[in-house]
Design a protein around this ligand. Structure first.
Ligand code: ADP
Ligand code: MG
Length: 337
């Protein structure tokens, strides 16, 4: 659906020098995906999303939408193509003097989606219905909560029947519960309307919850990309680890006993490995540290265990643990936390 090829973006600074905000970015986002782009503040996320719809012209490289190169289009052709891509923002960007309904009608009035006023109103009402606000047609933005404003902004974004919805920090101004409801809505739109969703965020939980694949952006460079479960359980780059693991981690030495690190890589959630070891094998291990989380119904993360002093028990525990599907076992002498 969206192919980004060798995209670079330089900004010219006040002193005339150049700053490279994006450096050789390559991405391939498929039709119907929910794709995440995650990075810390200043990583270049907003610049990348603005280059995707050519709000910002790339310095070099190509952006293909449905196989057509946006960077090579004439202005009229580009305006047309852009209707296939809509955007929502952290700050909602609603017109304060217009009601919810009028905000949604706005893109329909502009640029070739004219139609009759009555038709526009009907369409806007349908869209309000889709985003779960059928009774807010006449409310002004100041009368709506943050979550409701974002719903109106989503309805407005959908007015042009886009194939792609670009979300730049769309939930970053919302509380956790409202964030959940907006993410659920995005998921629903993806499923029911087949719209491809690109989620740009600094919040890893957002990506974890709705994205299938993710790219990690750091310093204008895509550091790694792949399946969310894969990247989050086993980040391969320093930038990936910084984002995926909470900050301030230190290396701790372990006592002299034997220790093992279990890496959970898609263990079925609810599989009680440690208690089964105790109950079925009669072997008690000591949990030194655990940092696991669930994605869907699978468990990821790691746990460090102290093995029993008894050598036979330790060996039996190892044999048992090595046999659990979705778990990797290695002996360690230190751990990071
Ligand atoms: N118009 C601009 N002129 C100069 N530098 C810019 C401009 N827009 C963004 N930048 C710089 O590019 C980098 C990436 O910015 P941005 O894309 O907004 O990051 P993010 O959205 O990931 O926080 C930052 O260092 C920012 O200061
Ligand atoms: Mg940004």
């Amino acid at each position: 659906m969206i192919e980004i090829k060798h995209l670079c973006k330089d900004f010219t600074l006040a002193d005339g020098s150049k700053f490279r905000a994006l450096d050789d970015v390559n991405l391939d986002i498929g039709d119907g995906e929910i794709f995440g782009i995650i990075g810390l503040s200043g990583a270049g996320k907003s610049t990348l999303v603005r280059c995707m719809n050519l709000l910002e012209r790339p310095t070099s490289g190509q952006v293909l939408l449905d196989g057509k190169d946006l960077t090579a289009m004439r202005p009229k052709e580009l305006r047309q193509a852009r209707k296939g891509m809509s955007m929502i923002f952290q700050g909602f960007n609603l017109l304060m003097q217009r009601t919810a309904l009028e905000n949604i009608c706005f893109p329909l009035e502009l640029g070739g989606l004219r139609g009759e006023a009555a038709w526009r109103k009907k369409r806007a009402k349908e869209l309000l219905e889709i985003v779960g606000l059928p009774d807010k047609a006449d409310a002004y933005p100041s009368q709506l909560s943050g979550g409701q404003k974002q719903r109106v902004a989503i309805a407005r974004a959908l007015a042009s029947d886009p194939k792609v919805l670009l979300c730049d920090e769309a939930t970053s101004a919302l509380d956790p519960t409202t964030t959940q409801s907006i993410l659920a809505l995005l998921k629903q739109l993806n499923r029911d309307l087949g719209v491809t969703v690109v989620v740009i965020t600094h919040e890893m939980r957002v990506v974890q919850q709705i994205c299938g694949r993710v790219a990690i952006l750091d310093g204008g460079v895509i550091q790694e990309s792949g399946d969310v479960a894969d990247i989050f359980s086993n980040p391969r780059t320093e930038a990936g680890r910084r984002l995926v693991m909470p900050e301030g981690k230190k290396i701790h030495s372990l006592p002299a006993n034997r220790q093992v690190r279990l890496t959970f890589n898609g263990l079925s959630a609810g599989e009680p490995v440690i208690s089964t070891l105790a109950v079925e094998q009669g072997i008690k291990v000591n949990i030194i540290t655990a940092d696991t989380h669930s994605i869907g119904d699978e468990t990821f993360g790691e746990m460090v265990l102290g093995l029993p002093e008894d050598e036979t028990d330790a060996a039996r525990a190892l044999i048992y643990l090595r046999d659990v599907p979705g778990v990797t076992v290695e002996e360690v002498t230190d751990y990071v936390q």
